[in-house]
Design a protein around this ligand. Structure first.
Ligand code: FPP
Length: 245
């Protein structure tokens, strides 16, 4: 291998190709400015735009972001509907740039219970961005790790009951094929904004060996420099996957 290839190989090995983000702190950002929570979510979308633009150049190939959790339905109806409207606005306004930047959209979570307009906007955006090869932007919508695992278990159980899957053939790998992330590598790095040190039901199965990086920065203040900092911290980690070697 010549030195250029060598360098590329080591960059590939050290870079976090799948980054998951918990975009937390929108409400606090707004409250500190005396603004409604919706203004925080709007600013959160700007932060998402910055990160999506920066990610491919930093070696990120998959970005999975927690946009709306199964627990978020418990927020006041006005905030839920603001988030749903922002989603449609984001999808419709951002799709041309996503296409131009080679970004494909994906989703995880049960989107079938989202409002009809949100589902239609998603379908349009998914179809238009399908050819993107630089980055997969995976939106977690009505997503909860436990709900995802239960849905996967039900699909698997019905396959077993129907005789299509032998119980003895059920392995971790086979089970993972029923998760919403089927076919995707597990996240290398999970970033959480706004200082909380918990998973909040995000990617429970997939995060088994994921490196965690938490910043006190509120999500609306997050930018390319924070992503760079997270990736630099990731490169210093020694990933052992439970082994000693
Ligand atoms: C947490 O902040 C953030 C959310 C519940 C939603 C994240 C949503 C966005 C960044 C914008 C929407 C994204 C798309 C793609 C439509 P919080 O409200 O819990 O903040 P707090 O903990 O400070 O109250």
């Amino acid at each position: 291998m010549d030195s250029v290839t060598n360098e590329a190989a080591s960059r590939d090995r050290d870079s976090a190709s799948h980054v998951a983000i918990i975009m937390d702190g929108n409400g606090r950002w707004a409250a500190r400015r005396g603004l409604p929570r919706e203004a925080g979510h709007r600013a959160g979308i700007e932060a998402l735009r910055r990160v999506v633009r920066a990610a491919p150049n930093l070696g990120v190939r998959i970005l999975t972001v927690y946009a709306f959790s199964t627990e978020n339905w418990r927020r006041p109806a006005s905030e839920v509907s603001a988030l749903m409207s922002l989603l449609v606005e984001f999808l419709d306004s951002e799709t041309p740039e996503l296409v131009a930047e080679g970004v494909a959209l994906g989703t995880i979570g049960d989107v079938t219970v989202l409002p009809e307009v949100s589902q239609q906007a998603l379908q349009r955006a998914l179809a238009k961005t399908a050819g993107g090869h630089r980055l997969l932007l995976n939106l977690a919508l009505n997503y909860g790790g436990r709900a995802e695992i239960v849905r996967a278990a039900k699909k698997l159980a019905s396959g077993v009951a129907a005789g299509a899957i032998r119980l003895e053939a059920v392995t971790e790998e086979r089970f993972a094929q029923f998760l919403d992330t089927a076919g995707l590598p597990d996240p290398d790095l999970l970033v959480r904004a706004s200082g909380e040190e918990r998973l909040s039901n995000f990617l429970l199965w997939q995060s088994a060996y994921t490196e965690l990086w938490v910043t006190n920065t509120l999500w609306p203040d997050f930018g390319a420099d924070h992503l760079e900092e997270a990736l630099a911290a990731y490169r210093t980690r020694e990933r052992r996957y439970g082994s000693h070697a």
